[in-house]
Design a protein around this ligand. Structure first.
Ligand SMILES: *Cc1c(COP(=O)(O)O)cnc(C)c1O
Length: 356
């Protein structure tokens, strides 16, 4: 059976050479005679996997020793509560850049611990990343979502002049372009968009920022536990760490983050160009705020959208329906999604428009 073109927003398409390597490693990791799922996390073979994964992340991401790299057995949603639990006292305020569904969840969780100030908002259309932020006098940190997976917007530069450390949910664009580490206290991401399987998150955080967390937290809720124990306080998601390492090694083979970022921009431009020249399809996000990862769009009629979905399924293009909360269409084209697949979607958009 042939594989489909998978436009899923996450879990999402992974690089095929990585999937093939992982198939072999399930059976026998690195010639050890034991599969990756079966190795003890304390053994030499897994140690080597962990070390090479962190080394690849540092090299490809340009991440220095002032930043910790942590693996946490939970999705990005876990950090919506864990970040304020660690950093937001009752009297503290977090400034949030509100750009959609994810930042709404960030704010709801932060309010359990302290105060929330909306530094900027693109509600209700959520079709931009606001250029002007109004910060509170002394926020504890400033949170933004670098890529709004559901509405299809992306910050092309982090929020300007933050008065405190930036904390970024980069779940859907981490390692899709060069990392903007400056000004950041923490960047976190669930792995299942660009980096690996679901159920594991990657945290890249300044060690001195982490050290300012509130004391007395339960060990698995305390970021410093992961620093002190090398993400091995308890049994980590060994397979997830293995997969992240292989995906990042694949990114290195593709020429690194600058090269993959250029390719992602080119892929997305093919689609936006098609949408902007169409009489029946319309991109949701405004130019300047458009995501290179999730291209959201609508047809002029529901019938047109239904026709596109139906013809896409027949042609082996899967996962184009928009998020259940916002409707419309969404093409998620992360790192591993092939350029040729984007050309096939563009052709289909033309075909459905012609036949309408
Ligand atoms: C997918 C996603 C999440 C949620 O990830 P989970 O693994 O389901 O917790 C959070 N933020 C963004 C930006 C996402 O794209």
């Amino acid at each position: 059976m042939s594989r489909k073109l998978n436009f899923s927003s996450g879990p999402a398409a992974l690089p095929e050479p990585v999937l093939q390597r992982a198939q072999a490693a399930l059976w026998d990791l690195d010639g050890t005679g034991i599969g990756i799922l079966e190795h003890s996390h304390r053994g030499k073979a897994f140690r080597a996997v962990l070390e090479r994964t962190i080394a690849a992340l540092r090299e490809v991401g340009g991440i220095g020793e002032d930043f910790a790299i942590l693996f946490i057995t939970a999705g990005a949603t876990h950090h919506f509560s864990m970040v304020p639990q660690n950093f937001l006292g009752e009297a503290d305020t977090v400034d949030v850049c509100h750009t959609g569904v994810w930042s709404a969840k960030v704010m709801a969780e932060a309010r359990r611990y302290g105060h929330v100030h909306v530094a900027c908002s693109s509600a209700p259309a959520f079709d931009t990343t606001p250029t002007v932020q109004t910060y509170s006098p002394s926020p504890r940190y400033v949170h933004y979502t670098s890529n709004e997976t559901i509405y299809g917007t992306q910050w092309h530069a982090p929020p300007a002049n933050p008065p405190a450390e930036l904390v970024c949910d980069a779940s859907s664009d981490l390692f899709s372009r060069p990392l903007p580490l400056a000004g950041h206290g923490m960047i976190y991401a669930g792995a299942q968009k660009n980096l690996g399987p679901s159920g594991i998150s990657l945290v890249i955080a300044r060690k001195d920022f982490l050290a300012t967390r509130r004391p007395g937290l339960p060990p698995l809720a305390d970021y410093m536990t992961y620093v002190d124990e090398g993400s091995m306080y308890n049994t980590p998601n060994t397979f997830g760490i293995y997969m992240i390492g292989e995906v990042v090694a694949w990114i290195r083979e593709q020429g690194g983050l600058a090269a993959i970022g250029e390719r992602n921009t080119r892929k997305a431009a093919l689609l936006y160009d098609c949408l902007d020249h169409s009489k029946v399809w319309r991109a949701h996000a405004k130019p300047g705020s458009r995501s290179n990862m999730n291209i959201t769009f609508r047809g002029t009629t529901p019938a047109l959208e239904a026709a596109l979905i139906a013809r896409a399924e027949t042609a082996g293009l899967s996962g184009l329906a928009g998020h259940r909360d916002v409707g419309g269409m969404r093409a998620s084209i992360y790192n591993a999604f092939p350029e040729d697949g984007v050309h096939r979607l563009v052709q289909l958009l033309h075909d459905v428009e012609r036949d309408a």
